[in-house]
Design a protein around this ligand. Structure first.
Ligand code: HEM
Length: 334
């Protein structure tokens, strides 16, 4: 009997890995009684902001990702630095996160505090804002369960090593994602977020200026695209705000064009291009380039998975009164 149970365990192992990661303390209708207007207030303010500042969607999606991978989806990235601590938000890797994303969170939190004080966490606000905005710009809709608490810590020194950078070798990028329990396919799927938004010239300048002793530009870039980027970024060291669309073909639309671009030498970052040139990731690039439904289904599933990554519940966190500060000032000194 013991032998057969052991065998059964081995048999189940591969299937266990397929069970979606859930947090039993989170529920779909967490605010149904305490803040019934939560979904409508969120939607109204998000629509207004996205109409006024169309770059908000990309900004929020990136903020959400950078928050989740550093200590879980707990709004630690929204905390502002103070005299005692340099917060996550001021880590080198987070400096380019756009002001419009943080501004949206302030608007949402202010409105919700007036309607239902001390009730809705900043971590839930961020998770729902990312979902609503992805869907608003054309991407898939997915379920976001609620009840996350906000972190009691936020340190810039915790960020490095948790976020991939454009010139990291693919082995390292895969390892960074694996450390978050994300597979190679999920890395390719999540990178599809680069179907919207911008990157500053400094993030890809090495690919277009003095690339090597034999070639001015990275030969994997389409020549016309490379030339256009050289023109756009000609003065980037002085005009530090110069940026290019991540998806040059359909920049504001969440679709599968990012993957088609990769096949055509029009991936912007070195890490985007690497997804196409590496044998481990290319099959998924090809799959998503020809099948948008496959991409949308996979993106929805991985966002559901990431949205509950290491969330805090109960006494492990708090519902902040404002998203950029802990309720108890002493906590900031941690
Ligand atoms: C290999 C992994 C990744 C690398 C190396 C990477 C790197 C970058 C860089 C360098 C930028 C440009 C930032 C700037 O110049 O302002 C950027 C933008 C962006 N990233 Fe990623 N990223 C990766 C994965 C992801 C993932 C998994 C997501 C979300 C699920 C994401 C969402 C975004 C978005 C939406 C933007 C545009 C932001 C905006 O327009 O404000 N990225 N990324």
């Amino acid at each position: 009997m013991a032998f057969s149970l052991h065998r059964l365990h081995l048999f189940l192992l591969p299937f266990l890995a397929l069970i979606p990661i859930t947090n039993s303390n989170l529920t779909k209708d967490y605010y149904a009684k305490t803040c019934p207007q939560f979904p409508t207030t969120m939607e109204r303010i998000i629509v207004d902001k996205q109409m006024a500042a169309p770059t908000t969607a990309a900004g929020i999606l990136r903020v959400f990702f950078h928050d989740c991978v550093v200590g879980g989806c707990d709004a630690s990235l929204l905390i502002a630095s103070n005299a005692h601590t340099t917060a996550e938000r001021d880590a080198e890797l987070n400096r380019s996160l756009p002001g419009d994303a943080f501004d949206l969170i302030v608007r949402l939190k202010t409105a919700l505090e007036l309607e239902c004080p001390n009730t809705v966490s900043c971590a839930d606000i961020l998770a729902v804002a990312a979902r609503n905005l992805v869907s608003m710009v054309g991407g898939p809709y997915y379920e976001v369960v609620l009840g996350r608490k906000d972190s009691l810590e936020s340190r810039a020194s915790d960020v490095a090593g948790h976020i991939a950078t454009p010139y990291m070798p693919m082995d390292k990028i895969i390892a960074v994602f694996a450390s978050k329990n994300l597979t190679v396919q999920e890395l390719v799927t999540l990178s599809g977020a680069h179907t919207i938004g911008f990157a500053h010239c400094s993030e890809f300048s090495h690919r277009i200026f003095n690339f090597s002793s034999t070639s001015q530009v990275d030969p994997t870039l389409h020549p016309t695209f490379a030339h256009a980027l050289q023109k756009l970024c000609a003065n980037y060291t002085k005009q530090t705000g110069m940026s290019a669309f991540n998806d040059v073909m359909t920049p504001g639309k969440f679709d599968n064009m990012y993957y088609v671009n990769l096949q055509n030498g029009m991936g912007l970052l070195a890490s985007d291009e690497a997804l196409f040139s590496d044998n481990r990731t290319r099959p998924y690039v090809d799959l998503y380039a020809k099948n948008q439904t496959a991409f949308f289904d996979a993106f929805a599933r991985v966002m559901e998975k990431m949205s509950v990554y290491e969330v805090k519940t109960g006494k492990d966190g708090e519902v902040r009164r404002r998203c950029d500060a802990f309720n108890n000032l002493k906590a900031t000194a941690s």
